[in-house]
Design a protein around this ligand. Structure first.
Ligand SMILES: *Cc1c(COP(=O)(O)O)cnc(C)c1O
Length: 385
């Protein structure tokens, strides 16, 4: 297989996941729908739970795009999280950013707590709290940037350096940025984890997860978890993810441009209380976002000056934004955290952490921005007058 180490991001994205087609001339790799392989084959495959040509191609390109030596693919983002946390043992402590993804919180709270893994949640956007890492010397530091749903930006290089002082590995959930916009291992993190379901695949047609690292010991643990815990994707999903990955750069450019356009326009519009987007100067960590990200990605928040019911009605009336969870696909989606992702959180607690009744999370697709803007404008007029 040819490698493209010295090429740019998009060249690598297009070429690194091609191969295994030497005898056919096929420009794109086939899907290897096989559970097992003949013993002694030259590529070293034995059984699909522990490896498949489609995994190998995806892992090679994912590592390359993350700027890391290794990557392991999983069935979903949650599988990737499970793989990382499964390396801990009873009594180990995780210091985690307090605004982690809901399913990450649920895994720690409902599953790994039963095995004695403890988690201390702190606000890692406040540098004063990094002292907790020095004081507790945790087995793992867990962060996300930008966070879901509040789009808090957390200093990956700063926290990774503090964790390194006490020998703690740092995991960054990079799902909201994608490796095109932000590469955690280059910033000093031990592991970069993504739900490839979102931007990397980008077409909302399969689930997947990736963990990238430069540490051979961590790579061994990830390969072990893929096989021993049965966390592997299907060959077809790995193929779809590699297909999506080839256009990641182009899509991220468009997602970011569309989101920046809509967010800055909405910020000036009557009836909109607050807009939050990492690449707007009004974002509290705007300077840090510009330092560690290439652009702002496709997700922004807007809080309408209205009731929860009106906000939901706004979502339902939009024509180009579908009311749905998830993000990162070519199509625009909208989510109302108070009644969807954060419905189980009591209203007072929601308000305290900044999730007001009129809060909306936009996942801006790659459609023509003029159409998206008109859709939002007409719907706002209908709801707020
Ligand atoms: C969606 C998501 C996950 C989980 O990924 P799945 O592919 O849905 O299992 C993890 N982290 C973040 C930040 C996500 O948005």
């Amino acid at each position: 297989m040819k490698t493209h180490q010295d090429s740019g991001f998009t060249t690598r994205a297009v070429h690194e996941s091609c191969g295994f087609s030497e005898n056919t001339g096929a420009v794109m790799p086939p899907v290897y729908l096989t559970s097992t392989f003949e013993n002694g084959n030259p590529s070293g495959f034995d059984y699909t739970r522990s490896g498949n040509p489609n995994f190998r191609l995806l892992q090679q390109s994912a590592a390359s795009l993350e700027g890391a030596q290794f990557a392991t693919c999983f069935a979903s983002g949650v599988s990737a999280i499970t793989a990382v946390v499964s390396t801990l043992k009873s009594g180990d402590l995780v210091v985690a950013e307090e605004n982690v993804y809901g399913c990450t919180y649920r895994l720690f709270d409902k599953v790994f707590s039963k095995f004695g893994v403890q988690v201390r949640y702190v606000n890692l956007a406040d540098e004063a709290n990094w002292q907790v890492i020095r004081d507790t010397k945790p087995a793992l530091v867990w962060l996300e940037s930008p966070t879901n749903p509040l789009l808090k930006v957390v200093d990956i290089a700063g926290i990774s350096a503090v964790a390194k002082e006490v020998g703690a590995p740092t995991v960054v959930d990079n799902t909201f940025a994608s490796p095109y916009l932000q590469r955690p291992t280059e910033l000093g993190a031990t592991l970069s984890l993504s739900s490839t379901t979102k931007y990397t695949n980008g077409h909302s047609d399969c689930l997947g997860g990736i963990v990238a690292t430069n540490d051979p010991a961590w790579q061994d643990k990830m390969i072990f978890a893929q096989k021993a815990l049965g966390l592997q994707p299907s060959p077809f999903d790995a193929w779809l993810t590699a297909r999506g990955q080839r256009t990641l750069a182009l899509r991220m450019e468009r997602h970011s441009a569309n989101a920046l356009d809509l967010a800055s326009w909405l910020e000036t519009r009557k009836g909109v209380k607050m807009v939050r987007y990492p690449f707007l100067p009004s974002h509290p960590q705007h300077a840090l976002a510009k330092k560690q990200m290439k652009s702002g990605s496709g997700i922004f928040l807007a809080e309408l000056d209205c009731s929860s019911e009106q906000a939901l009605e706004f979502c339902r009336r939009l024509k180009l934004f579908t009311l749905a969870e998830s993000l990162g696909g070519v199509e625009s989606l909208i989510c109302h955290p108070p009644t969807m992702t954060h419905a189980s959180v009591p209203r007072e607690v929601r308000h305290k952490v900044g999730i007001g009744d009129g809060l909306l999370r936009f996942s801006v697709g790659i459609e023509d921005v003029a159409d998206l803007r008109r859709d939002i404008d007409e719907t706002l007029k209908a709801i707020l007058g």
